[in-house]
Design a binder for this molecule. Structure first.
Ligand SMILES: Nc1ncnc2c1ncn2[C@@H]1O[C@H](COP(=O)(O)OP(=O)(O)O)[C@@H](O)[C@H]1O
Ligand SMILES: [Mg+2]
Length: 422
């Protein structure tokens, strides 16, 4: 199989690693990739769907694996399905209609409501209905959850502590375009008090394979304080995701989602990420993502002991039910090394040392580039280190030991990943 993977972050590094391991993989290309991904495949930069399509034809690509959400929401899957010469390429990632599960929070809430999928009570408002929005806020208890409807790079959700603040936020989002076009509609929802986790499936639209669950750590500061980030670390498995809880997730959430899509004639192939809140043992959907998570993928795929390309190849004929997934019983822990200052201002171009000195660790690049023969920092989240061991404590110990071996100016990381679950 010839494969093209799109993306350049930690998530795509984790995907690239398992794709490269498959005996079915022949030529493997990554666009744009990063220096750490060169060990897995050939990194090339392709801009725009046309270029990607032409490249796929020239290189007889069989499979396109889409890492991030933006190209999916922009319709890359539809472009391939509708273009002569590209139709037969299996795209791992949903079409534009299905991608609205992530691309529009209002769409996803309506979908959940139609199919009786547990989620927080909500209403959606626009610039013309700001006053109704304020009235709806008055019916809720604090804190208040306001979500920009569209894609906002993980920054479009505001949790306001009191009513005045919530009303002000609502006005800023709807009337001052706080998040641009993304906040032309705002979902206001009830606050769910619980503990979050993420569950992932790979689906062919009919069958699905359940991947290991994970917990990620999104806030920049210790003890889940400070600003939201793209993710500071993750662990898998998650001890409160018991068999009983996961069974509820399957019957109340995953099955209803897949069946709901089928009922609405929305074809979905690819990964679905269920962002969940565990409220006293019962799962509620916080959001859907139409791709894998980052940095959850780093931990999830570290435990993945089967052939991912085999699974991808069964998708086209909707034969994923034949797939046997094998998951390592070990615990994976991932800690993200960041540039000091992230998620606010930070410097780039710092030389990274010690990348080859780690032991029994997977070192994924997230924001690096090559400069004068050296690997330097090129983003806020720079390197993800993932370790596997028996139990969470051992996995974390190994991970933090390895992190000490990698250095760059102003390196920052959270020291408490996974600690809440020890
Ligand atoms: N109804 C809710 N109750 C409590 N917390 C919520 C709720 N909705 C979202 N959150 C919090 O806000 C975060 C971001 O919301 P989410 O819907 O995942 O948006 P996005 O990932 O697109 O920014 C969640 O991870 C969760 O911590
Ligand atoms: Mg989220």
């Amino acid at each position: 199989m010839n494969i093209l993977l799109l993306g350049s972050g930690g998530r795509e590094s984790a995907l690239a690693r398992v794709i490269a391991k498959s005996s079915l993989t022949e030529n493997f290309f990554i666009s744009p990739g990063n220096p750490g991904m060169e060990q897995y495949g050939k990194c090339i930069e392709l801009k725009g769907f046309e270029n990607m399509g032409n490249f796929c034809m020239q290189n007889r690509i069989d499979m396109l694996v889409v890492g991030p959400e933006q190209p999916l929401v922009d319709g890359i899957s539809d472009f391939f399905a509708g273009t002569k010469g590209l139709k037969n390429i299996v795209v791992i990632g949903p079409n534009k209609t299905a991608a609205q599960l992530e691309g529009s929070k209002d769409f996803s809430k309506q979908f959940m409501q139609r199919h009786d999928i547990p989620t927080a009570r909500y209403q959606t408002f626009n610039a013309k209905t700001v006053e109704q929005g304020k009235k709806f806020l008055q019916t809720l208890n604090p804190p208040y959850v306001l979500k920009a409807d569209g894609l906002a790079a993980g920054k479009g959700v505001v949790i306001a502590q009191n009513l005045d603040q919530a009303k002000k936020e609502l006005e800023e989002m709807l009337l001052d375009a706080k998040f641009g076009q993304a906040s032309s509609q705002v979902v206001i929802e009830e606050y769910l008090n619980g503990i979050e986790c993420s569950v992932f499936v790979l689906t062919d639209g009919k069958n699905y394979v359940l991947l290991p669950e994970a917990k990620d750590y999104k806030r920049a500061g210790e003890g889940d304080t400070g600003l939201n980030t793209g993710g500071m670390g993750s662990i898998s498995p998650v001890k409160f995701c018991t068999e009983e809880f996961l069974n509820k997730v399957k019957t109340r959430i995953i099955d209803r989602t897949i069946q709901g899509l089928q009922k609405e004639n929305i074809h979905y192939q690819g990964f679905i990420f269920f962002g969940l809140m565990n409220v006293e043992g019962n799962p509620y959907v916080i959001e859907y993502n139409v791709r894998m998570g980052d940095p959850e993928s780093e931990s999830v795929f570290a435990r993945f002991d089967s052939d991912i390309v085999k699974a991808f190849s069964l998708i086209k004929e909707q034969r994923l039910n034949e797939y046997q997934i094998k998951i390592s019983p070990q615990t994976a822990a991932t800690v993200m090394l960041c540039s000091g200052g992230y998620p606010q201002e930070y410097e780039k171009g710092k030389v990274i040392n010690g990348l080859d000195s780690t032991e029994d660790a997977i070192v994924y690049h997230a924001g690096t580039k090559n400069e004068n023969g050296k690997t330097v920092t090129a983003g806020g989240r720079v390197i993800a280190v993932t370790c596997l061991s028996d139990g969470l404590q051992a996995a974390l110990d190994k991970c933090y030991r390895n992190i000490g071996k990698i250095s760059f100016d102003n390196k920052y990381f959270r020291k408490d990943i996974g600690k809440d679950l020890l």
